[in-house]
Design a protein around this ligand. Structure first.
Ligand code: FAD
Ligand code: NAI
Length: 462
């Protein structure tokens, strides 16, 4: 079985490895960088910057309280940039080794369809070659969505790609779009001393998360000096002598901001153009590739996974889809349980969620019970000096099956795995209550939150 994977991101490279494990002859075509957006300009480099930002803020604001005497310290931006490059290249190197050890043929070049059975690859080294296949998996990912507003293309208006590698820390930054990317970069740069303003069209930042949980982040960002304007839309950007002027419309009227840099983080769009998809009759919805639940397009031997489907744009989802697509091709039908998809935002406090929010569960007709436990009552959070957070369960009132878990606080992005497993196993709240959690851990708050569904949290006053 000859499988060609187009795109070497977490969708594509995982699909390629799984296909090789199952005995396929695999070619991976990648036009820019193995590891895709995630390893090169996404998940990994952002978290390197966030890690330093968090340590720096902790030392700045809490060292005295933690009993650490710190004389003089500062951010070494150039050093941090080189650490970011080292981490990225180490991980990309690791992926290359895995591809090699699985005997996957890697072609560095851009692929497009000649017909339903052949691809053309414009190799980076210059040559054009034709590649035959039995199956193709399209995993071409996504790119930043550029707002079609006047001045959207001015110098100094950047996307996440450039925001990761600025030559120096800007004095001021206006973030258009307070979603995941906007909030993570607001955390990075406000920690580094930049005056950050977030402009968000919706009533809340990180609006995909449970509002009560996302509010913990909004409050923390404001406390660290970030100005947040919700219900606000950007109309135009102009160049001025001092930098950039951003004109917005708020509920109260027009408002302008003068800043050094503007970050556009208003979503991402699938990369599906110039690939001959229309020519071979692949069904698209706008720029998204349409697939069935096994990630087959309407041309049944051609599959699409990850960000290019334009659904949930997360690395772990792209990888999971890649595995299911390959197993389908190799006759080992498996399926994906999207309800277990964890969402994680690496700010301070971290936010994490799995399953339905309270509003979603009510909209679906559930009689909902919730259980909440604030982290100020959790010993480990107090030890860490990070009590700004909450655990919130959403539970089916009739069967007590867990429908969702939402968290703000330290290690939330790690602890959400317990919620994902609970949903996978269709666990009831009683099954969390009767699971012993280690002490002292932030994880105990998951235990207490479960008790709180029955109004029986031990460490909350009656
Ligand atoms: P990609 O990773 O985008 O890979 C697609 C690859 O295909 C690219 O390398 C591209 O060069 C290649 N390609 C495209 N067209 C062709 C062609 N015609 N021929 C050959 N190759 C081609 N997700 C998380 O889960 N956690 C995070 O913390 C996180 N942080 C993020 C931070 C930022 C700043 C950004 C931008 C994204 C982040 N994401 C995060 C999202 C995550 O990066 C994506 O969901 C993930 O990379 C999608 O994987 P993919 O394989 O579908 O596509
Ligand atoms: P997003 O969809 O999370 O947020 C975009 C925000 O911009 C929304 O809140 C939207 O209301 C707002 N917006 C849109 N148009 C606007 C306008 N004209 N004016 C003001 N606000 C406007 O998209 P984002 O942050 O760009 O991230 C893209 C994807 O990358 C996400 O879907 C996410 O899946 C992925 N990602 C994941 C991360 C993680 O898992 N930690 C980190 C970063 C990105």
């Amino acid at each position: 079985m000859k499988i060609v994977v187009i795109g070497g991101g977490p969708g594509g490279y995982v699909a390629a490895i799984r296909a090789a494990q199952l005995g396929a002859e695999v070619t991976l075509v990648e036009k820019k960088y193995i590891g895709g957006t995630c390893l090169n300009v996404g998940c990994i480099p952002t978290k390197v910057l966030l890690h330093t930002a968090e340590l720096f803020t902790t030392l700045q604001k809490e060292s005295e309280d933690l009993g650490i005497k710190v004389e003089k310290f500062d951010i070494d931006w150039q050093r941090l940039q080189s650490r970011k490059k080292t981490v990225v290249s180490q991980l990309v190197g690791g992926v290359n080794t895995l591809l090699q050890s699985n005997k996957i043929k890697v072609m560095m070049g851009e692929a497009s369809f000649l017909n339903r059975n052949q691809l053309e690859v414009q190799l980076l080294e210059g040559k054009k070659i034709t590649v035959d296949f039995d199956h193709v998996i399209i995993a071409t990912g996504s790119k930043p969505f550029i707002l079609p507003i006047p001045g959207g293309d001015l110098g100094g208006v950047i996307t996440s790609d450039e925001a990761l590698s600025l030559e120096e820390i800007p004095k001021s930054l206006l973030v258009i779009g307070g979603g995941v990317i906007g909030s993570e970069f607001a955390s990075v740069y406000s920690s580094m001393g930049t005056k950050v303003t977030i402009v968000e069209a919706l009533p809340n930042i990180v609006a995909t998360m449970d509002k009560e949980v996302a509010d913990y982040l909004a409050v923390a960002l404001k406390a660290s000096g970030v100005d947040i304007y919700t219900n606000t839309k950007v109309e135009a950007i102009e160049r001025t002598q001092r930098g950039l002027k951003v004109n917005t419309v708020t509920k109260e009227g027009n408002k302008s901001f003068e800043v050094e840099k503007v970050l556009l983080s208003v979503g991402r769009k699938p990369v599906t153009e110039n690939m001959g998809l229309e020519k071979i009759g692949i069904k698209l919805n706008g720029d998204k590739i349409v697939t069935n639940k096994r990630f087959q397009t309407n041309v049944s031997h051609i599959y699409a996974i990850g960000d290019c489907r334009g659904e949930v744009m997360l690395a772990h989802v792209a990888s999971a889809e890649g595995v299911v697509a390959v197993e389908g091709i190799m006759g080992k039908a498996s399926k994906i349980d999207f309800k277990t998809t964890p969402y994680a935002v690496y700010t301070k406090p971290e936010l994490a969620a799995v399953g339905m929010t309270e509003e979603q569960a009510k909209e679906q007709g559930y009689e909902v019970k919730t259980g909440k436990f604030p982290l100020y009552a959790n010993g480990k959070s107090l030890i860490m000096g990070e009590t700004n957070g909450i655990v919130k369960y959403v539970v089916d009132g009739k069967t007590e099956e867990i429908l969702g878990l939402h968290m703000a606080g330290p290690r939330a992005t790690e602890l959400i795995a317990e919620g994902a497993l609970a949903l996978r196993l269709e666990a009831t709240i009683e099954e969390i209550i009767t699971t012993i959690h280690a002490h002292p851990t932030v994880g105990e708050s998951l235990h207490e939150g479960a008790h709180a569904v029955h109004h029986s949290a031990i460490h909350l006053p009656k």
